[in-house]
Design a protein around this ligand. Structure first.
Ligand code: BG6
Length: 478
């Protein structure tokens, strides 16, 4: 446990949210069990519901049992954890409740006779975020306040804004109340082990990086497929759609990790500088370019989901062709395909290399060469790195077959590792911003998505059958 963690309080805005139930409380409880939290650790849940500390403790206990059944077998720690939970009712856009929150924190400080280290976690719809940050500032709880020695940090969940304008406004408001060094914009994909491995794979090995450019790479394909629908989040999905839910953040962050230049060093800002440059270089869309670069889809039955408008044209699938206009990647297509209710759940990145100059061994499936080399980075469910190459099929004929050399994270390291939320919460506590998105990158990502949405204006998504690979016309995207 780090010394900086004494007297630590996490304040969760949206304590009743799906994310808090499924990810935050289980992760925080686990971290406490593993000894990463000090005995004086507290969680303050903030929400609109009229409820007290005791009722809140019971509700968290029940949610933990549901989403982290192991908790039931550790009643002693569960009891201790629940005793560290408190609740404050706040109407998020009304400054009055923040005074009550302030008083609760002061009460905890008096009880501990020490300043609290405060982490404010926003697990709320993006439209509410500016008001919450403003109200924290007005109640004297902002990060720029220097009345106490404890640190103050803000973690903001995605979606971070709804478009470039709202993201800029949120950044502006945050900047008034917190210093950028105290702000952690979370994208849980950046906490996944195989995503963190992308940089390690590229920059700790001598054999790949010399080939990692337009001269040797023909295309990159990023797939983020899920075999389930919107899981009851109709209201959210109607506002977000897949482009905002997946592509703007997870998809573009994967693209940036694959395409970035080597950083000067491993300092958080050195890495984030390079990612930001890539997002800046992604070619923006125009009404002309979207015609052959974007296919949107909606799964059959989406309109019957709870909270969805009967005539909704929200997309649950997108296939997009990106280009990065810089020296390394000019002319190389980066395909991205993501969707709900697809044939299977898989997230992977396939880097396909150019064919050798001579095709001696006959074409495979009509390709320009028999087996173009590929590096396949499996993110989930398989956490793997595979290299595909051609090998001679045994026998008299000179025919090649594609074969794979594969590294599997779990069987090699015999470890499940930390989940993304464990890792990112620890990083934020420790003050390591490397895997959090910086202000400029958020704005670049939104500017890409805004250009796409503006250009596509009015295009109705194509229907696709549940458990297929998306609309027919997206097949050209691989
Ligand atoms: C979330 C999206 O950010 O990521 C969900 O809102 C999506 O729609 C989820 O299902 C996928 O994350 P993971 O790690 O569960 O695959």
């Amino acid at each position: 446990m780090s010394a900086s963690l004494d007297n630590f309080t996490i304040v969760i805005f949206g304590a009743g949210s799906d994310l808090a139930s499924r990810k935050l409380f289980p992760s925080i409880f686990q971290l406490a069990r593993w000894g990463h939290m000090p005995p004086s650790f507290r969680v303050i849940g903030v929400g609109r519901q009229e409820t007290g500390h005791e009722a809140f403790r019971w509700s968290v206990r029940e949610r933990l049992m549901e989403h982290f059944p192991e908790a039931a077998g550790d009643t002693e720690r569960l009891d201790t954890f629940c005793r560290s939970l408190f609740y404050v009712r706040v109407d998020l856009d009304d400054p009055v409740g923040y005074e009550v929150l302030h008083d609760e924190i002061m009460r905890q400080e008096e009880a501990a006779q020490a300043c609290r280290n405060l982490m404010f976690y926003l697990s709320i719809p993006p439209s509410l975020a500016p008001a919450v940050v403003r109200n924290l500032g007005a109640a004297g709880l902002g990060g720029r306040e220097r009345s106490c020695t404890g640190w103050r940090k803000l973690i903001a969940e995605k979606p971070y804004g709804q478009d470039l304008e709202s993201a800029r406004e949120l950044n502006r408001v945050i900047d008034e109340v917190f210093d950028e060094s105290q702000v952690y914009r979370i994208d849980h994909y950046l906490g996944k082990e195989p995503v963190q491995n992308i940089m390690v794979f590229r920059f700790s090995n001598g054999i790949f990086e010399p080939l990692w450019n337009r001269q040797y790479i023909a295309q990159v394909m990023i797939t983020i497929a899920e075999d389930f629908g919107i899981r009851g989040r109709g209201g959210y999905y109607e506002e977000a759609g897949l482009l905002r839910d997946i592509i703007q953040n997870h998809g573009l962050q994967l693209l940036a990790a694959i395409a970035m230049e080597p950083p000067v060093d491993l300092d958080a800002d050195s890495i984030r500088d390079e990612k930001s440059k890539i997002l800046r270089s992604v070619r923006r869309f125009t009404p002309d370019s979207v015609r052959d670069s974007v296919v949107l889809g909606q799964y059959e039955g989406y309109l019957a989901e709870r909270g969805v408008a009967p005539d909704s044209t929200v997309e649950t699938f997108a296939a997009v062709k990106f280009y990065i206009d810089n020296w390394r990647w000019s002319g190389v297509p980066f395909y991205m395909k993501a969707g709900k209710n697809l044939a299977k759940s898989v997230t992977e990145i396939v880097i396909t290399f150019r064919c050798p100059p001579q095709n001696y061994y006959g074409s495979y499936g009509g390709a320009a060469c028999s087996t173009p080399n590929q590096v396949v980075l499996g993110i989930q469910p398989d956490e793997t790195v595979a290299i595909r190459f051609g090998a001679k099929r045994p026998g008299e004929e000179m025919i090649t077959d594609p074969v794979y050399m594969k590294f599997d994270y779990r069987s090699t390291f015999q470890s499940e590792g930390l989940t993304p939320y464990h890792r990112l919460l620890l990083d934020a506590i420790e003050g390591n911003q490397m895997n959090f998105i910086r202000r400029d990158s958020v704005e670049h990502s939104w500017s890409i998505i805004d250009s796409l949405k503006d250009s596509i204006n009015g295009q109705v998504p194509e229907l696709y059958p549940v458990h297929s690979w998306g609309p027919e016309s997206s097949r050209i995207y691989g």
